[in-house]
Structure formats: structure tokens, C-alpha cells
Design a protein around this ligand. Structure first.
Ligand code: NAD
Length: 465
């Protein structure tokens, strides 16, 4: 009987989904009204939580991954994001999207905790919060949608996305693909929705709506502060300024390549990417020679040019937003310097207090600072990271240096002897996350980050020994 009911439910859902998608191929649950968006998501989430078996959720999420893993979809979204935001590299955006689809952990991540003793059994399970408001950045709009959707719905939640105003079209298109696939495979319509006008007023309304049970804020300090002031459970995935330290024991050729790859990835848009480089003086010349040897790094040597670069990349001492995520070719063209197409990174030797070192520039411009020894390099790294506790990188074969820096930095992510992107699963042995909860401490988010733990105790029974 139960099997038959399931079968009927499944067929009904498939027919409804077919009708829905056929009638409206570009269907996207996008709402102008915040209240309507939340109301729709709340109804869908209740059904997702109560009417769907875990195995159905797993099947739907697996199908969602397969559907999104379509080269045409990924390429379209990567090109659209680059065109709309004017930031980043299409080839790297393709990698980010693939990562977010393939390596975001799903429902299989959950474990039940069962404790037995003289007095019976205690069971601890993870339960959804309900509907989550997910506020996404302009720097990874699509990867954040894929990553957050899988993590959040894996835990039984629904989502209302609030896109960055500068990435509305690409965020919405990504949500369109997500909702279409979810409906096709039988998930409730409106489990994932978005608001069409992400003004500050609408964001305030969204966070304050009683139907929203958790807020996930990925972006700069203002949005994290707003989420934490909401009085609701919040994930604060804030800014960083990751230092990379190269000591005298590092494999210099490999370190140089890793730093170049990590720092230039998507034109330095990712929050985990190497933002400033400290190299121990006795190996600095050799390290720099390796950095420059294959022509993918261009060094700006003359003070006059560096001054000009500052004048186009900084505004009143802060990063000029119009240059964020731009290519090295574009940035240098602004000061009349033409460089080959294969250049991925601009290198500038400077001092520790330079704004390129202290500010989160999010540009493919790497400031390099020579330090007398490891200890001074660590002190400079700590200062430049500003206590965000986000990310840091070391290249070394001295295990004491590696441990000391890992302990001292206290960052959420610490990468040893690899490009920073290894820490989000690109080359590294770990799942991916595009919402890295720094301020609120959940770390690289997984489905567990979006669930609450509930305990049930049965007194006196159910032990088997
Ligand atoms: P941003 O702060 O400009 O925007 C992020 C989101 O916050 C957007 O949706 C925006 O509409 C919203 N927002 C901005 N100000 C707000 C306010 N006062 N109240 C409510 N909402 C507000 O960030 P961005 O430029 O899109 O992204 C880059 C920043 O995000 C960098 O600092 C980067 O380090 C950080 N980031 C962090 C992570 C992480 O996982 N920790 C991931 C990606 C980006």
C-alpha cells in the first residue's frame, strides 16, 4: 500500500512538473514582492520536509546535479556572469561552476547520533531551519546559487535568494535552471525562489519576514553585520585578505607556480585567493625568477608605473570597484601599458604598509614584500589578514613553520603547499564551499551548517545489550 501511494505521488508530481515546465520553459520562481516570495517558499518547504522521504530527496538532488552538469548550461552561465558583472575569467568561472555542482556535499553528509546507556536511548538528528534567506555576492553569483541550493535543500530547507544588484540576471538565470530541474524531478514548486528587486529596503524586509528562519550572508562586512543584527540564526561569510608566505625551505619553482595559479584564478575574485605575498629575503630573487619565467606574470618595476597603477586601482586609498576582477590586460591598458594575452598576473614589489598589501583588492595584482625571516613573515601575514580569520597559505617544507603559522593565523582555511583553491576542493581532497562562514564560525559550509540538532530520549528501553 505504502509503495503504491509513493508510486501515485511520484507519477502525479512528474505529470504536474511536465505540465509546468512545458507550459513555461523559462519558469523561474522569481517574485517582485518579498512577502509573496517567502509565502511561496514556506509552503513548498513544508511539503519538502514532510512529504518527501530522504531517499526521494537524495534522488532529486542527484538528478539536479546531473541536469546542471551540462556543458552548454555551464558555458552559458559563465559567459553571462562575466558579461553582466564585467569581472573574472570565463575559463575559471566554468571550473567554479563544475566544482559547485560536483563537490558540494549533499544529504549523504548527515550522520545520526545514537547514545545508549543504563537508562535507555538518546537519539540526535538534524532538522531543517525552514526557509533560509541566502544573500549572494557579485563575485561568485552562480557558484553560490548552486552551492547554497544543494547544501540548503539537502537539509530539508527552502531558499529565498537575494542576488547582488550587479548580478541579478546571472543569478536569476542560474535559479531558473535549478528550479526547472527540481520541478522536472518532482520537488515542490517554489522550494527555491528569488526576489527580483534586491534593494536594501527589500533585503531588510526579507531578513525581518517571520517566514525566514535563518539568514546566510555571503559578502563584505555590511551584509554580514546586517545578517547578525537580524536577531535570527545567521551564517556570516565575510571578507578576507589572505596572505601567502614563502619561506627559505619551500620548493620554489612549485611555490611560484601555485601562487600564480591561486592568485590569478578568476582574476583574484574569490575570497580565499592569495592577496599579498611575503617571501623570505634569502630566496626572494630565485622565487621571483620562477614567477616570471613562463611569461604568465608581468612585473611592474618602475616606481612611476606603480604610482600610475595605484591611481587607477585605488580611490581614496580603497580598491576602485570599477577595477575589481578586471584582467591584467585591461588594468594595465589604463596606464598605457600593453601586455601579451597570456599574462594572468601583475607582480609589484612593495612594502608591508602599502594599500595593495593591506586592502582586499580582488584584482590580479600581487604585491610582493621581502621579509628577513619566517617570524617577520608571519607577523606581517597576521597584520595583513586583519583578524578576519578567513584564509592563509604557506609554502614551506619546515613542519614547524607550517604548524606555527597554522596556529597563529587562526584562519578558517589554511593551505599548505598548494594554490589556495585546493582548499575548496579544486585539486584538494575536500568538499567545496562558496559560503565560508568566518564571522559566525561554521567554517566552509556543508548541509550540516543549515540544520539544527534535535534530541529525543527514550527512557529505560531500546538497548540491545
Ligand atoms: P557585497 O558586500 O557588495 O555584496 C554581497 C551581498 O550583500 C549582495 O547581495 C548585496 O546586495 C548585499 N548587501 C551589501 N550591503 C548590504 C547591506 N548594508 N545590507 C544588506 N545587504 C547588503 O560583496 P561583493 O562585492 O558582491 O562580494 C565581495 C565580498 O564578499 C568580498 O569582501 C569577499 O571577500 C566576500 N566574499 C566572502 C565569501 C565567503 O565565503 N566568506 C565568499 C564570496 C565573497
Amino acid at each position: 500500500m505504502a509503495d503504491q501511494e509513493l508510486l501515485i505521488k511520484d507519477i502525479t508530481r512528474k505529470v504536474l512538473a511536465m505540465l509546468g515546465t512545458d507550459a513555461n520553459p523559462g519558469a523561474c520562481s522569481a517574485y517582485e514582492s518579498v512577502d509573496e516570495a517567502v509565502r511561496a517558499a514556506v509552503a513548498a518547504q513544508k511539503s519538502w520536509q514532510w512529504d518527501f522521504l530522504l531517499e526521494e530527496r537524495i534522488r532529486i538532488i542527484n538528478n539536479l546535479r546531473n541536469e546542471l552538469l551540462d556543458d552548454k548550461v555551464i558555458e552559458e552561465l559563465s559567459a553571462l556572469t562575466a558579461e553582466e558583472t564585467g569581472m573574472g575569467r570565463i575559463d575559471d568561472k566554468i571550473i567554479k561552476k563544475r566544482l559547485s555542482i560536483e563537490k558540494t556535499p549533499g544529504p549523504e553528509f548527515f550522520r545520526v547520533n545514537a547514545i545508549t546507556g543504563d537508562h535507555g536511548l538518546a537519539l540526535e538528528e538534524l532538522s531543517p531551519f525552514g526557509v533560509i534567506a541566502s544573500i549572494t555576492p557579485s563575485t561568485n553569483p552562480v557558484a553560490s546559487v548552486f552551492n547554497n541550493t544543494i547544501c540548503m535543500i539537502a537539509g530539508g530547507n527552502g531558499v529565498v535568494f537575494a542576488p547582488h544588484p550587479g548580478a541579478v540576471r546571472s543569478t536569476r538565470r542560474a535559479i531558473e535552471y535549478v528550479t526547472r530541474a527540481l520541478e522536472k524531478f518532482g520537488a515542490p514548486r517554489n522550494l527555491v525562489v528569488t526576489i527580483t528587486k534586491p534593494s536594501l529596503e527589500n533585503l531588510k524586509q526579507l531578513m525581518g519576514n517571520p517566514g525566514i528562519r535563518m539568514i546566510s550572508a555571503t559578502g563584505g562586512p555590511a551584509v554580514v553585520k546586517a545578517a547578525l543584527s537580524s536577531g535570527k540564526p545567521a551564517i556570516g561569510a565575510g571578507p578576507g585578505n589572505p596572505p601567502v608566505l614563502v619561506d627559505e625551505t619551500a620548493n620554489l619553482r612549485k611555490a611560484a607556480r601555485d601562487v600564480m595559479l591561486g592568485c590569478s584564478f578568476d582574476n583574484n575574485l574569490t575570497c580565499i585567493a592569495e592577496k599579498e605575498l611575503f617571501v623570505v629575503n634569502c630566496v626572494a630573487d630565485e622565487f621571483k625568477k620562477h614567477m616570471l619565467e613562463d611569461g604568465q606574470v608581468f612585473e611592474l618595476r618602475h616606481q612611476e608605473d606603480i604610482q600610475k597603477l595605484m591611481s587607477v586601482t585605488l580611490k581614496e586609498g580603497l580598491p576602485d570597484k570599477s577595477m575589481v576582477g578586471k584582467s591584467p590586460q585591461h588594468i594595465l591598458s589604463k596606464i598605457g601599458i600593453k601586455i601579451p594575452e597570456n599574462v594572468r598576473l601583475i607582480l609589484v614589489e612593495t612594502h608591508e604598509d602599502h594599500p595593495f598589501v593591506q586592502e582586499e583588492m580582488l584584482m590580479p595584482v600581487l604585491p610582493m614584500v621581502r621579509v628577513p625571516d619566517f617570524n617577520e613573515g608571519l607577523a606581517a601575514s597576521l597584520k595583513a589578514e586583519h583578524g578576519y580569520k578567513h584564509s592563509a597559505v604557506i609554502h614551506s617544507t619546515n613542519i614547524n613553520h607550517m604548524s606555527e603559522m597554522a596556529r597563529a593565523m587562526e584562519t578558517t582555511i589554511f593551505t599548505k603547499n598548494a594554490p589556495s583553491f585546493a582548499s575548496i576542493g579544486y585539486g584538494g581532497d575536500c568538499p567545496t564551499a562558496f559560503t565560508i562562514a568566518t564571522t559566525t564560525g561554521q567554517g566552509p559550509t556543508t548541509p550540516l551548517s543549515f540544520c539544527r540538532t534535535r534530541r529525543c530520549v527514550l527512557f529505560g528501553s531500546f538497548r540491545i545489550v
